[in-house]
Design a protein around this ligand. Structure first.
Ligand SMILES: Cc1ncc(C[n+]2csc(CCOP(=O)(O)OP(=O)(O)O)c2C)c(N)n1
Ligand SMILES: [Mg+2]
Length: 670
C-alpha cells in the first residue's frame, strides 16, 4: 500500500473505531453504516467537501447531509476528527446519553456541522433538494463570487426506498440541481436482511429517468471513489453515486449482514475487528499521526474561506446587497403590513381567508424578495402566488415561486431545506387535508426550529362539494398536537394579515395558516385604524372580539370561519338578555404562552353555572375541553363531512344560530 492509501485507510479506521466503541458504550446505536461508509466519507471530507470547522456557519460552505441518520456516529466522528469544537471526545463517549449533543440521531440544534435533523428516512435527501435550490437561487442573485457551493448527501437503501425519494428526485431532476450529489450507501442490506427481500427496483434507472446522472464506484477504494466524484461534479445534472459497500466493514464475522445495522457488535467482535483493522489504540483514543491527518483535513478549507472573505470585503456595495438580501423578514413584516391593514380598517373586505392571505402576501413578497413561495399544484386555490413572485426554473433560478407539482411531502421537506440553508423564508401551500401527506416534514420543521410557513387552505366542511375526502375534520386539532408549531386559523382579512406577521416574526417556530375557501365577512376594523405591529391582537393567540352587553353568562370561543357564527349566536343571546363575550382564538399555542392574568381576564375561572364556556369550530371537539372545562359546551364535527354546498353542510351539521342557541340555553337551565 502507498503511504497515501495507508493515510486514508487509517483515517477511515478512526471513524470505524469511534463508531463501534461509542455504540458499544451506549449499548445501543448503529455501527454498520458508519463502518461501511467510512472510506467514502473520508475521501469526501479530505478532498472534496468545502468546509471550515473554525466557522461552521460560513455561508458559502458546502452542505453535508447525513440522510441515513441512524448512522449518526459517522457524522459525530467526522465533526470531531476534523476539528469542530463539538462534539468533544467526552461527548462522543456519552453517545446517546442525556446531555450529550451526540443524540441517537443527528439534531441540527445540538451541533454545528449538522445541517439538518435526520433519522426519518428519506427526508434528509429531500431537505438537501431545498438546500441545493436555495444555493442556486442565491447564486443567481449574488453571483459565483459569494455563492458557489455544493450539497452532498449520504443516503442509504432506506432513504432511496421511501416514497418521498420519488418526490425529491423528481423535483431535483426537473429543476436541474446539478450541484447536488447523493452518495448512496449501496450495501444491499436493511434491517430485515437483504434488500432482495423487499425490492427489485433498478434505482439508478429510476434516477436517470428523472434527469439525474448516475455513476457507480467501489466504496472501499479511494481511487475509484475519486473517479466517481469527479464524474459527478463534471456532469451538469444532479448525481447519484452508487457506492458499493459492505455494511459493518471491518467486523470480520458480522460485516455484510444486517446484524451490524442497529446493535452493538459486542466485545468479542470488536476485539476481532481491532485485529482485522490493525487498530491497537484504546477505545476513544486516536493515535497522534491519525489525529494530525484529520486535523489537516479540517484545516484545508480555511484558505477557501479566506478567499471568499476577501471577495466579500472587496466590493462593499455587493456585500451590503447580499447581507440585506439574505436577511429574513422577521419583525419587519408587521411594519410592511401596516398600511395594508389600516386600509382594511377603512374599507372592509369580505373575502375568503385564502384570498386575504394572497392580499397580505402582496406587500410582503414585494418587500422581501427572499420569500420563496410555492404550491403543490394548487396555486390558484392556495392563492400563494403574487405579482412579485416569478417562477423558479432550471433555466432561471432567480425567481421566487416554485411549482412543486403534486409533491406535498417533497415540498415541505424542500422548504425545511431552504430554511436550514439560510437566507430564505419559504412558504408553500396545499389543501389542509393533505397536510397529512407531509405531516412528518411539518413535524421536522418544528423539531428543527425553522421558520417555514404552511399555507393550508380549504380548512373545513366549508369547502363544500368536494366532499369528505377533502374536508378536514381532525387536521387542525391534530396539528395543534405538534410542539413548537403555531397553528393559526384567522377569521378575516385583518387576522390573516396579523397571522402572516406572526409567522414571519417567529424564525424558530414554523406556522400553519389554516385558511377558508369560502368568503368571510371582515369582523375586525374598529379600532384598527392606527394598526401597527404592536397592535397585533392575534399575537396573543386569543382576544375578546366582542364584550357581553347584558350580564355575562356565556363566553363563546371560536376560530376562523366560525367566529362570524359566534358573533351571530352572541347577538341572539343578547336579544334574550343573556350576555355573551366572543373570543376569537386564532392560535391556541400563542394563547397558552400568555401570562395568567391575561388568560384569567379572557377566561375567568368561575363555575360553568355562573359563566358557560362554549367552543365553536368546524372540526373535532377533542381538545376544546381545555378551555370549556368539564361542563362546557363544544360545538364541532366529530364525524366525516359530506358532499354538498357549504351552506347546506353547515346547516346539516348544526353550525347555525338556531341549532346552537337552544343548546346553550339548555346548559344554562333557561
Ligand atoms: C421513515 C422511517 N421508517 C423506518 C425507519 C426505521 N429504520 C431505521 S434504519 C432502517 C433501515 C434502513 O436501511 P438502510 O438505509 O439500507 O440502512 P443500513 O441498514 O444499510 O444502514 C429502518 C427501517 C426510519 N428511521 N425512518
Ligand atoms: Mg442498506
Amino acid at each position: 500500500m502507498t503511504t497515501e492509501t495507508t493515510r486514508l485507510a487509517d483515517m477511515a479506521n478512526a471513524i470505524r473505531a469511534l463508531s463501534m466503541d461509542a455504540v458499544q458504550a451506549a449499548n445501543s446505536g448503529h455501527p454498520g453504516m458508519p463502518m461501511g461508509m467510512a472510506d467514502v466519507a473520508t475521501v469526501l471530507f479530505d478532498e472534496y467537501l468545502k468546509f471550515d470547522p473554525a466557522d461552521p456557519h460560513w455561508d458559502d460552505r458546502d452542505r453535508f447531509v447525513l440522510s441515513a441518520g441512524h448512522g449518526s456516529m459517522l457524522i459525530y466522528s467526522l465533526l470531531h476528527l476534523s476539528g469542530y469544537a463539538h462534539p468533544t471526545m467526552d461527548e462522543i463517549r456519552n453517545f446517546r446519553q442525556l446531555g450529550s449533543p451526540c443524540a441517537g440521531h443527528p439534531e441540527n440544534f445540538l451541533l454545528d456541522g449538522v445541517e439538518c435533523t435526520t433519522g426519518p428516512l428519506g427526508q434528509g435527501l429531500a431537505m438537501a433538494v431545498g438546500m441545493a435550490l436555495a444555493e442556486r437561487h442565491l447564486n443567481a442573485k449574488y453571483g459565483d463570487d459569494l455563492v458557489d457551493h455544493r450539497t452532498w448527501v449520504i443516503a442509504g437503501d432506506g432513504c432511496l426506498m421511501e416514497g418521498i425519494n420519488h418526490e425529491a428526485v423528481g423535483l431535483a431532476g426537473h429543476l436541474g440541481l446539478g450541484r447536488m450529489i447523493v452518495l448512496w450507501d449501496d450495501n444491499n442490506i436493511t434491517i430485515d436482511g437483504s434488500v432482495e427481500l423487499s425490492s427489485s427496483e433498478d434505482v439508478e434507472a429510476r434516477y436517470r429517468a428523472s434527469k439525474w446522472h448516475t455513476v457507480r464506484c467501489d466504496g472501499h477504494d479511494p481511487a475509484d471513489i475519486r473517479r466517481a466524484l469527479d464524474e459527478a461534479i463534471a456532469d451538469p445534472r444532479p448525481s447519484l453515486v452508487a457506492c458499493k459497500t459492505v455494511i459493518g466493514k471491518g467486523a470480520p464475522n458480522k460485516q455484510g449482514t444486517s446484524a451490524t445495522h442497529g446493535a452493538p457488535l459486542g466485545a468479542e467482535e470488536i476485539e476481532a475487528a481491532r485485529k482485522e483493522l490493525g487498530w491497537t489504540a484504546e477505545p476513544f483514543v486516536i493515535p497522534g499521526d491519525i489525529a494530525d491527518a484529520w486535523k489537516k483535513t479540517g484545516e484545508r478549507g480555511a484558505a477557501a474561506h479566506q478567499e471568499w472573505q476577501q471577495r466579500f470585503d472587496a466590493d462593499e456595495d455587493r456585500a451590503a446587497a447580499y447581507t440585506a438580501g439574505i436577511k429574513l423578514p422577521g419583525a419587519d413584516a408587521g411594519a410592511v403590513l401596516q398600511d395594508y391593514v389600516r386600509g382594511l380598517a377603512a374599507e372592509p373586505k369580505k373575502v375568503a381567508t385564502r384570498k386575504a392571505s394572497e392580499m397580505a402576501l402582496g406587500p410582503l413578497t414585494a418587500a422581501f424578495p427572499n420569500m420563496i413561495g410555492g404550491s403543490a399544484d394548487l396555486t390558484g386555490s392556495n392563492n400563494t402566488k403574487t405579482k412579485s413572485t416569478g417562477p423558479i426554473t432550471a433555466g432561471d433560478y432567480e425567481g421566487s415561486y416554485v411549482y412543486y407539482g403534486i409533491r406535498e411531502f417533497g415540498m415541505a421537506a424542500a422548504m425545511n431545506g431552504m430554511a436550514l440553508h439560510g437566507g430564505i423564508a419559504p412558504y408553500g401551500g396545499t389543501f389542509l387535508i393533505f397536510s397529512d401527506y407531509c405531516r412528518n416534514a411539518v413535524r421536522l420543521s418544528a423539531l428543527q426550529q425553522v421558520g417555514v410557513t404552511y399555507v393550508f387552505t380549504h380548512d373545513s366542511i366549508g369547502l363544500g362539494e368536494d366532499g369528505p375526502t377533502h374536508q378536514p375534520v381532525e387536521q387542525v386539532m391534530s396539528l395543534r398536537l405538534i410542539p413548537n408549531l403555531n397553528v393559526m386559523r384567522p377569521c378575516d382579512t385583518i387576522e390573516t394579515a396579523e397571522c402572516w406577521a406572526i409567522a414571519l416574526a417567529n424564525e424558530k417556530t414554523p406556522s400553519v395558516l389554516a385558511l377558508s375557501r369560502q368568503n368571510l365577512p371582515q369582523l375586525r376594523g374598529e379600532g384598527d385604524e392606527a394598526w401597527d405591529a404592536g397592535a397585533n391582537k392575534s399575537a396573543k393567540g386569543a382576544y375578546r372580539l366582542k364584550s357581553a352587553e347584558a350580564a355575562r353568562k356565556v363566553i363563546l370561543i371560536a376560530t376562523g370561519s366560525e367566529v362570524e357564527l359566534a358573533c351571530d349566536v352572541a347577538k341572539s343571546l343578547e336579544a334574550d338578555g343573556i350576555g355573551a363575550d366572543v373570543i376569537s382564538m386564532p392560535c391556541m399555542e400563542l394563547f397558552e404562552a400568555q401570562d395568567a392574568s391575561y388568560k384569567e381576564d379572557l377566561l375567568p375561572n368561575v363555575a360553568p353555572s355562573e359563566i358557560l364556556r362554549v367552543s365553536i369550530e368546524a372540526g373535532v371537539t377533542l381538545g376544546w375541553e381545555r378551555y370549556t372545562m368539564a361542563n362546557g359546551l363544544n360545538i364541532g364535527l366529530d364525524r366525516f363531512g359530506a358532499s354538498a354546498p357549504a351552506e347546506q353542510l353547515f346547516e346539516r351539521f348544526g353550525f347555525t344560530v338556531d341549532a346552537i342557541v337552544p343548546q346553550i340555553k339548555a346548559k344554562l337551565g333557561e
